[in-house]
Design a binder for this molecule. Sequence first.
Ligand SMILES: *[C@@H]1O[C@H](CO)[C@@H](O)[C@H](O)[C@H]1NC(C)=O
Ligand SMILES: *[C@@H]1O[C@H](CO)[C@@H](O)[C@H](O)[C@H]1NC(C)=O
Ligand SMILES: *[C@@H]1O[C@H](CO)[C@@H](O)[C@H](O)[C@H]1NC(C)=O
Ligand SMILES: *[C@@H]1O[C@H](CO)[C@@H](O)[C@H](O)[C@H]1NC(C)=O
Ligand SMILES: *[C@@H]1O[C@H](CO)[C@@H](O)[C@H](O)[C@H]1NC(C)=O
Ligand SMILES: *[C@@H]1O[C@H](CO)[C@@H](O)[C@H](O)[C@H]1NC(C)=O
Ligand SMILES: *[C@@H]1O[C@H](CO)[C@@H](O)[C@H](O)[C@H]1NC(C)=O
Ligand SMILES: *[C@@H]1O[C@H](CO)[C@@H](O)[C@H](O)[C@H]1NC(C)=O
Ligand SMILES: *[C@@H]1O[C@H](CO)[C@@H](O)[C@H](O)[C@H]1NC(C)=O
Length: 455
Amino acid sequence: MSLGISKRLCSLLFLSTFILNFSVVSTKDWISRRDTFANRLQWRLQALLEDKAQYYNVSFSAAIRTNNRTVLAAAGVNDQATGERVSIHSLFPSGSITKCFTAVGILQLVEEGAFGLDDALAPLVDKALLALHNTTVGALWNNDPRVQQITVRHVLGMQSGLQDYDDPWVFNFTLNHPTTDLTPIMYLKSANKTFKCDPGHCGSYSSLGYELLGYALVQAHLPHLTGASSWKQYDQLSAIPEPLRSEMKHILFPVQGLCAAYIKQGLVHQYSSRDYKNFFDLMNTSCLNGWTFGNIAAAPSDTSNFFLHLFGSERVIVKNRTLVEEMSHFLELQTGWGIGLPYGLGLEHIFYPVYRNTSTNISIFGHGGIDYGSMAEAGYLVDYDFAFGFATNSISGMSNALSKKQNGHFWFDIKCNALQIALEEIGKGEWPVLDCSLNSLEMVPRPPKDMITML
Ligand SMILES: *[C@@H]1O[C@H](CO)[C@@H](O)[C@H](O)[C@H]1NC(C)=O
Ligand SMILES: *[C@@H]1O[C@H](CO)[C@@H](O)[C@H](O)[C@H]1NC(C)=O
Ligand SMILES: *[C@@H]1O[C@H](CO)[C@@H](O)[C@H](O)[C@H]1NC(C)=O
Ligand SMILES: *[C@@H]1O[C@H](CO)[C@@H](O)[C@H](O)[C@H]1NC(C)=O
Ligand SMILES: *[C@@H]1O[C@H](CO)[C@@H](O)[C@H](O)[C@H]1NC(C)=O
Ligand SMILES: *[C@@H]1O[C@H](CO)[C@@H](O)[C@H](O)[C@H]1NC(C)=O
Ligand SMILES: *[C@@H]1O[C@H](CO)[C@@H](O)[C@H](O)[C@H]1NC(C)=O
Ligand SMILES: *[C@@H]1O[C@H](CO)[C@@H](O)[C@H](O)[C@H]1NC(C)=O
Ligand SMILES: *[C@@H]1O[C@H](CO)[C@@H](O)[C@H](O)[C@H]1NC(C)=O
């Protein structure tokens, strides 16, 4: 702990020297001023990550992107067994950030006129379900007529009334059957088929809706597929337009098999726990993570890039602005997981606590993602025109010197402080002051899921 403090002091000293240097850079020398801006952000971010990685005994990776600058930083141990460290290119399982890619894939089909947002979902998935699994969405939901009333917009916006999968059960299954992948059809078959409400009548987070959207993508793009495991032939990166794909080489969508099989490609080790005291590496468990609702593994460089190109000045991922605006038509979740969280179409409206004495709030269009041994968040700051991506390879801080509660605060602590640094460097003299303190979470007007679960 004393190490952490002296390190922070040291950072402060270094920073003041840096500011002094900065102020003597000639205003005529545009190039070095420009570089100084990026270098300063880079340096502050890297120092923060190293400090926090050591303090919490975990690894972090972060990216900040403006229209003309990319700043990447990473710190901490990747493999606790060998001491190998993470890099800015390491791929972190990022869970529900997958939903943004699935949603964008669907919106592109809407853009092309394949179907409308308010069209019924069942006919868009039944051909694929029949060809692959000899079933239909109606048969899966015991012929409940309400399943036919679900629209594409309902599932994208968490308004379908469908239940979510049983997360504690899946966690146990994953640990107890490490060599078995829970396939998409297994999720659908095992789901609780009771409706939370009639379709369109409540906001209730359901990953299963995004599993069905996966079959809609298969049916639209690969109509001739047959065979129970051919769903994995759908390329989840195909939602990214060709010219941008070369800028997104640090994204992987694992299908079947152990996480260990993807480590050569840069996948991180992930640290999970049942009791938040003893941690274990998930490398020998399945990395499928629910397919189109949860399987992305990415470097923050690329998830931030995704959001910059979705909402930044050059919107190239979904070109139709009406559709991009539809994405940010937020409705609050009312029941189940994440009550109060405003959800759009494959999009969360994320808030961070701001000191009450400041006159601004920050509004983020983005998405969080949690797996059993990693967490990520990425988004776009509407008022400041920059995007970010953050990731960690653990479900909690793992420091022996900290309490469970302190270790549990690690994720909010790192994200909030990294965002604060980005706001200060990019905000051009005016920026909101975030309250990153431990007890600030009670102040968050509408806390995102991970803030709730990490308390
Ligand atoms: C980067 O973009 C910002 C915002 O468009 C602009 O103000 C700034 O001059 C640009 N900087 C460089 C070095 O091009
Ligand atoms: C498909 O399902 C139908 C009815 O549910 C059944 O009669 C038929 O035998 C099944 N076909 C195959 C190939 O399993
Ligand atoms: C998960 O497994 C643990 C021990 O293996 C057991 O105590 C717990 O009740 C199980 N939870 C669920 C939801 O099945
Ligand atoms: C399914 O969900 C309903 C409503 O939440 C609950 O009452 C019921 O017990 C659940 N069924 C099973 C089999 O878990
Ligand atoms: C994973 O499995 C491999 C091969 O069986 C084994 O060598 C390794 O120690 C295991 N690692 C963990 C963390 O369980
Ligand atoms: C954009 O999408 C909306 C909603 O689907 C549609 O009404 C509109 O015609 C589209 N605009 C263009 C230019 O294609
Ligand atoms: C708001 O309060 C915080 C914490 O007390 C303080 O650090 C900050 O300077 C204050 N800002 C303004 C604008 O008064
Ligand atoms: C910030 O958001 C909270 C909750 O939505 C709201 O009560 C408050 O008025 C907002 N503050 C400003 C300055 O917009
Ligand atoms: C860091 O975490 C690892 C893995 O959980 C653990 O073995 C080690 O004792 C921890 N070290 C410290 C200093 O907390």
